[in-house]
Structures are given as C-alpha cells and as structure tokens.
Design a protein around this ligand. Structure first.
Ligand SMILES: [Zn+2]
Length: 391
C-alpha cells in the first residue's frame, strides 16, 4: 500500500510548504493533484510549486474542492443519479443562503422538495447545483460508481494532496473514505483542526473539521491502518515564539502542543527582531499608545463591533492565513475571562478556534485588550507598561 498520511499541523508550521517539499523530494516525476478550499490557497500552492521547480509542471494540477468533485465524481456520473442530466451541462450555484426547508408564518417547517425529487433537491431550474450540496450530490454519484471513480483517480494521479483539510465537513468524509481506501497512489492530508473557524457549508455536521478523527475511527480499522496519523512532523511553529505558542497550546489542552521551531532560520529571524516580545494585557487607556508605538495588526471579533479603531485591522475570521510581528486582539468577554483570569473557562468550539487563530497570527508579541467593564481581574498575564520605548 502506498504512503498515505494525515498530518495534524499547528499554526505557522508551514503545512503548504511541507506538502510541496514532500512532492518535490519523493514524487518529483509523478502526476500530482493538489486540492484545497480557497482561491488564495490555490495561488499560494502554485507559487510554492514554481519556487521549487522553477516553473509549473503540467503533471501537477492544483484545484479547488468543488472542481475536484465536479471533475472526478459528478460530471462523469451525473446522469446515473438524474437521467435527465444526460448530455446536459450543469453549473455551480453560489447561493450561500440556500436551505433545504422553508418555514411558514406559524412556525411550521416543510421540505422544499418531495423525498425522491433529486432534481429539485440539488438543482435550480436552470441546472445550477447548490454550492452547499455539491459533496452530497457527489456522494450520490459515487454510490453506484465506486470502482469507476477509483479507476479514474488511479489513472489521473500518483499522489493526491489535500491542504486545509480542517474545512472538510461530514459529507466530504465519504469522499475521503473512498480515496483513503481505494486510491492506489499516495495521499497526504494536512489539517489544523484548531483553525476550523467557519464551516464553508451549513451542512457540515457536528464532526466537521475533525478529519483526523474520522480517519482514525472510520477509515482505519483494528486490522488495517490505511492512513498513518502524524501528529509530530508539523507540530513546530516557524511563526510564533515560545510565549505565544504556550498561550495557544493552553487553548486546546487536548490537542498536541504548539511549539516554537528552533531551526537555524527561525532562530536567526527571532534574534534579528528587536521590538517588543511576549504576551501582554493592554489597558483600554493604553490602546492608542500601543498602536502608535508598534503599529500592530488589530483583530476584532466582528465588523459590528463599535470601537475607535486606528491603524490596520481585520476580523479574526478574515485573518486566517495572515501574520504580523505584533498583534492587538480585542477579545470577546469569554475569551477575555479565559486569558486574564481563569483558564478552565469553558469556551464554545468556535470561540476556541477564534482565540487560537488570533493568538497565532503574531510572530513576536500579542497584546490583548483588557477592558474596565470586566467583572474579573487580570491575574494571569502582565500588563503592558506603556513606558516601554521601542529600541
Ligand atoms: Zn523553523
């Protein structure tokens, strides 16, 4: 059985760089498919391929998840699910507010389609496939064509790499199951479960984001380990220093630690940095001065927040993929309680992910805004002393 791995990564561990390097080192002359979720990351992968190879080899295909599903699962088999699709072309319909049901004025909920009406369930009048149902429809196509799908994949690639795999939802898992069990080539699945913030689809299920657990429990069996779960290769952060990693690890005590990378490159970069380092509480009255001295990237919970913001800022959700030497976080009340007073404060899964993502955007320093209105004290992290002068 070829090499199949699920790499559980921490923030800043260089997932994408690692995948491209693995391909370069072990599968240089092979046909490769890279799959990821966002257009930004498709570009990021292509850039890294060009950096390594000097050009983009035609044997390496980079595609989005929907494109992958269309190409290998949907287009060849769509008429097996809905015969009327024979010879018809279909498109992707980006109606992110689509729902399978509707609610009447008196609060009753009804399905928008009859149980067996697949056309109405999945498609618009003009054969647009609802975005949130793409993988469900792909699974319908797969159901009667498993061998054929596997054959097409085997003919098309020697290795398939999935980046940002924490964005897979429960319906996507069936597809991953087939690939892990029936694809003959190698598979690399890189995931950072702690960075699962917004599910791309509302039909993601409660286990969305936990592809590594799905593989451990449902793909692998007692007798056969189809995929090796690797929790060590990507547990070092090239981005965050030790203090930041420590705080980030505390947010997810049950996941592997996020650790500072000590490679010569990272050590030199940290040595050459001379401004403020560490984790600080920043009093409301000090915000302006903090921003003036350090020009941090400010992170806010939502655009609706009423703040007098100065300098660069973005929402935590949008900040995935960015980094900055210094970050100033405006925490939600739950996050603040966890950070400043009580590390056993129970946080909702999404709040945990958002806190983890915010903290790990910072390379050298994170300031966390401490507000007067909190009914709890700050017992856990030092206040930023505004007499600090930038060297
Ligand atoms: Zn490093």
């Amino acid at each position: 059985m070829a090499n199949k791995k699920c790499l559980v990564a921490c923030a800043g561990s260089g997932k994408t760089t690692f995948l491209v390097s693995e391909v370069w080192e072990q599968y240089r002359n092979d046909s490769v498919i890279f799959v990821t979720f966002t257009i930004t990351n498709q570009k990021n992968i292509s850039d890294k391929i060009i950096e390594k190879y000097g050009f983009h080899p035609s044997k390496i295909k980079v595609m989005g998840w929907y494109e992958f599903l269309f190409k290998f699962f949907i287009l060849p088999y769509k008429a097996d699910v809905i015969p009327a699709l024979n010879g018809k072309s279909i498109s992707l319909c980006f109606d992110s507010d689509y729902t399978k049901t509707y609610t009447t004025k008196d609060g009753k909920t009804f399905s928008k389609y009859k149980k067996d009406d697949k056309k109405k369930k999945y498609f618009t009048q003009t054969w647009g496939l609802h975005k949130d149902l793409v993988s469900e429809f792909a699974c319908e196509c797969l159901a009667t064509n498993k061998d054929s799908v596997a054959r097409r994949l085997n003919e098309s690639a020697n290795i398939i790499c999935f980046d940002e795999s924490q964005d897979f939802g429960e319906t996507d898992f069936k597809i991953i199951h087939l690939i892990c069990r029936n694809f003959k080539g190698a598979v690399l699945i890189a995931t950072d479960p702690r960075q699962y913030i917004y599910s791309p689809s509302k039909y993601h299920g409660k286990n969305g984001g936990k592809i590594h657990q799905f593989i451990a429990n449902k793909v692998n069996t007692k007798r056969h380990e189809y995929v090796t779960i690797d929790e060590t290769s990507l547990s070092y952060s090239h981005r965050c220093n030790a203090e930041i990693c420590k705080l980030a690890s505390l947010v997810f005590p049950d996941e592997p630690l996020t650790q500072e990378c000590k490679c010569p490159h990272c050590a030199t970069r940290r040595m050459e940095y001379f401004s403020i380092k560490g984790v600080f509480a920043v009093k409301e009255s000090d915000i302006e001065r903090f921003i003036e001295q350090f020009s941090p990237l400010s992170l806010i919970h939502s655009r609706r927040e009423t703040l007098t913001l100065i300098g660069k800022y973005m929402t935590i959700g949008d900040s995935k993929g960015t980094e900055s030497d210094i970050v100033l976080l405006y925490p939600t009340e739950d996050m603040a309680k966890f950070v400043f007073q009580d590390r056993s404060t129970l946080l909702k899964p999404q709040t945990k992910s958002k806190l983890y993502v915010s903290v790990t955007r910072a390379r050298h320093c994170i300031g966390i805004v401490y507000r007067q209105k909190y009914r709890f004290s700050n017992d856990l992290i030092p206040f930023w002393n505004n007499t600090y002068i930038k060297i």
